[in-house]
Ligand binder design. Structure first.
Ligand code: 4NP
Length: 171
């Protein structure tokens, strides 16, 4: 069974360069949502401008492909004002980028902003570290982490729709 269209989440994953972690998260979430019958919009961006227009890192493409997910067609882009209005949820891959997102956040932005691991029991507040200067094992570790979070997100969205809240309770 799929959800009502008005509760369809629009999810944006955010890292620094948008070539390693956030494209992997986008691919893992899109795949998990499709398998679960969750209708969702998915995108990813970076807080930095270094890799605008570039394909994901070849190591990220390879590890995703090993896991049956094709992210080769994605292109890097930088977070922009509209993202805070068209997204229902914006997930930072780490705490530094959570701060970066907050720095870009326009007054009146409607997206719910949280750390990705806030969706995972026992991992709230924990960053998914940058693998860019690491090796393939670091990319495999990132895949495991984003895939676990993607599964948790799908479960929460299926249960609660696009009103799902992640992180500390609203004040
Ligand atoms: P990402 O990894 O934020 O997971 O895409 C990085 C990619 C590139 C750089 C840093 C992190 N860089 O400094 O170019």
């Amino acid at each position: 069974m799929t959800q009502e269209s008005d509760s369809r989440p629009a999810v944006l994953f955010v890292c620094l360069g948008n070539i390693c972690r956030s494209p992997m998260a986008e691919g893992a979430f899109r795949s998990a949502a499709r398998k679960a019958g969750l209708e969702a919009k998915v995108d990813s961006v970076g807080t930095a401008s270094y890799h605008i227009g570039e394909s994901p890192d070849p190591r990220a493409i390879r590890i995703a492909r090993e896991n049956g997910v094709d992210i080769a067609g994605l292109f890097g882009r930088q977070i922009q004002r509209d993202d805070f209005y068209v997204s229902s949820h914006i997930f930072a891959l780490d705490k530094a980028n959570l701060q970066g997102i907050r720095a870009h956040e326009p007054r009146g932005g409607t997206a719910h902003v949280a750390l990705l691991n806030d969706a995972v029991d026992g991992l709230a507040g924990r960053s998914i570290e940058d693998p860019y200067h690491g090796d393939e094992d670091d990319f495999r570790r990132v895949w495991e982490e984003v895939n676990r979070a993607a599964g948790a997100l799908v479960d929460r969205f299926l249960a609660e729709g696009s009103d799902a809240h992640f992180g500390p309770p609203p004040q």
